[in-house]
Design a protein around this ligand. Sequence first.
Ligand SMILES: N=C(N)NCCCC[C@H](N)C(=O)O
Ligand SMILES: O=C(O)CCC(=O)C(=O)O
Ligand SMILES: [Fe+2]
Length: 328
Amino acid sequence: MATDFKSIPIIDISALLAKCDDPKMAEDPGVSDVVRQLDQACREAGFFYVKGHGIPDSLLKEVKSVAHKFFDLPYEEKIKIKMTAEAGFRGYQRVGENITKGIPDMHEAIDCYREVKEGMYGSLGKTMEGYNQWPCNPQNFKELMDVYIRLCTDLSRKIMRGISLALTGSPEEFEGGRAGDAFWVMRIIGYPVVPTADGPGPTNDIGCGAHTDYGLLTLVNQDDDITALQVRNLSGEWISAPPISGTFVCNIGDMLKIYSNGLYDSTLHRVINKSPRYRVCVAYFYETNFDTAVEPLETCIQRSGRAKKFERAVYGEHLVSKVRTNFG
Ligand SMILES: N=C(N)NCCCC[C@H](N)C(=O)O
Ligand SMILES: O=C(O)CCC(=O)C(=O)O
Ligand SMILES: [Fe+2]
């Protein structure tokens, strides 16, 4: 459960990464220290920054730089990779096309998902079947994102080993049938400058309305120098998550809330870009296996008062119902 946190902690995870695939990792004092910090951050805020994550800062910056270059292109160019239901909701969506709680968001984006081949998950996977649509311009876009996705997947798996240790004492609860074949989502998002009182432009200033993320863990790579992401604490105050160069902002999704039986919450957050500059964010979402039925872990039920607080949910069903409401 979230608390009245006033700021979001920064965790150096290098000791966890160094020992992550060592069978004795649980006994390492450096790992234990990171695990304790992850546990506290997940209980108190559901949000934390990570540093010491091993992904080069130059790559974090390049990914944002190609995103800026894409969004700078004329509309006719961007719409060449238009998001459609036929493409499994992959591709470019214009400003106002994504809906949060009935209100159009003031962002444009390219949505990408792990490829779902025809028939792969039967009727459960139908909506998400399709291939990603990559722009030809900037030219290195796809190659760069492929590398980035691979690194984010590996990093997320490792952070989840730390979170697994914190919740259960074993590092492997989110592998195998739960998230050993993790589904992923990536959104490359652009937030235009908000209109001034007298100028033309969008009808509201909410870049992305209050929402929770859907899966296990999100890695947010946001533009430096613009504070726009806000996180809601228990009393309903919006706490800013300002950019800290070289870090990711991480947060917990709905599936981890269920697995942890509410020990960790998927914290509400929103985006308001009040700066005079266009903002980009590349958000990577690490999820469970697409067809996994998620239920509270037995250890977490024991640790949280012995009552099961959530019913089982199939991740793929949750995603599909979100995608369908996001795009009308
Ligand atoms: N895959 C994830 N988590 N996407 C987050 C998008 C949040 C906005 C969306 N309209 C919503 O209401 O969920
Ligand atoms: O733009 C951001 O900083 C976060 C975006 C976000 O919350 C999302 O896409 O789920
Ligand atoms: Fe989000």
